[in-house]
Design a binder for this molecule. Sequence first.
Ligand SMILES: NC(=O)C1=CN([C@@H]2O[C@H](COP(=O)(O)OP(=O)(O)OC[C@H]3O[C@@H](n4cnc5c(N)ncnc54)[C@H](OP(=O)(O)O)[C@@H]3O)[C@@H](O)[C@H]2O)C=CC1
Ligand SMILES: N[C@@H](CC=O)C(=O)O
Length: 322
Amino acid sequence: MELDDEFLLEVCRVKLSGSSLLTLCNSGQFQALTNSDSTRKVIDIAAVLGKSLGLALVDCSASSGTIGVLKQVVDLGCCIVLANKKPLTSTMEDYDKLVSHPRRIRHESTVGAGLPVIVSINRVISSGDAVHRIVGSLSGTLGYVMSEVEDGKPLSQVVKVAKSLGFTEPDPRDDLSGMDVARKALILARLLGWRINLDSIKIESLFPKEMGANAMSVEDFLDSGLLLLDKDIQERVTKASLNGNVLRYVCVIEGSRCEVGIQELPKDSPLGRLRGSDNVLEIYSRCYNEKPLVIQGAGAGNDTTAAGVLADILDVLDLFPE
Ligand SMILES: NC(=O)C1=CN([C@@H]2O[C@H](COP(=O)(O)OP(=O)(O)OC[C@H]3O[C@@H](n4cnc5c(N)ncnc54)[C@H](OP(=O)(O)O)[C@@H]3O)[C@@H](O)[C@H]2O)C=CC1
Ligand SMILES: N[C@@H](CC=O)C(=O)O
């Protein structure tokens, strides 16, 4: 099917209403394929057009279920563009396969949404300048949540707003558990050549296991679970503020240390000054030592993420003759 303006507007309308894209099938114009049918069709098309036309498979889901098809199309010579972090944070074996043709994969939106994080680190590394430390605030959701809670708003309220603004993962617990930031940390660490998995990362969660996905639905978590967290986080914010500090959810990659969690930081530090869904990333290398390379800006949201994905698609198109 051709992605004409009318179809794209319909997609936007469905997404804005918060409905599933599957509702497009109700009109009879569109068809939902089962996983195995859609995989077969994608593979068939990739086998015919992959190498010759520069087919790019774009994964904007939040699913691990796409890893198999992504690996197969890579073998068929296709390009892949990912906003989805899960394929790159699976096993080392999956990762090695997906990045086996570095010029044919782009995943700028997996870290910092539309910010030029991956491309900048790749440029530094490919010039022979080894990166030895990365520190940053890499979650639009947690950045927004921390600065709103600092302003006195309850966590239970601001998480819902973050979801409505398109900052959170489909299940906001992926953000609040620190898992989404850990995935970004893993993507960056692997980019630096670290051969580690998610379980090597120290992760601080903002909620207990009893509120996890196995224990309650997203709706119950948003409606009742979150209310139980309001007091604790407000107390931590107040305690930090008495020391002239603020709380930020920070990612540190350095030496053999890769960890993500809440830190109490001076209000006027680069991370302390962050507001809303902005991300900031400090990259330290031989050339950027005393003064790190700093990347800062909107780190979540539909527009900036979509812009990052579009720029990636246009970038891989350059590999193929017009
Ligand atoms: N939002 C943001 O700011 C950012 C998001 N990302 C990443 O982008 C991805 C999407 O996030 P976001 O757009 O916010 O989430 P959404 O839930 O809004 O979108 C995900 C879409 O993927 C569809 N989908 C899920 N599984 C499949 C599948 N197997 N085949 C086809 N479609 C599928 C869903 O369909 P349905 O409508 O039926 O549920 C849904 O429309 C995530 O991986 C996220 O981490 C990255 C950077 C920033
Ligand atoms: N849920 C993520 C979206 C981008 O990856 C975030 O809040 O940063």
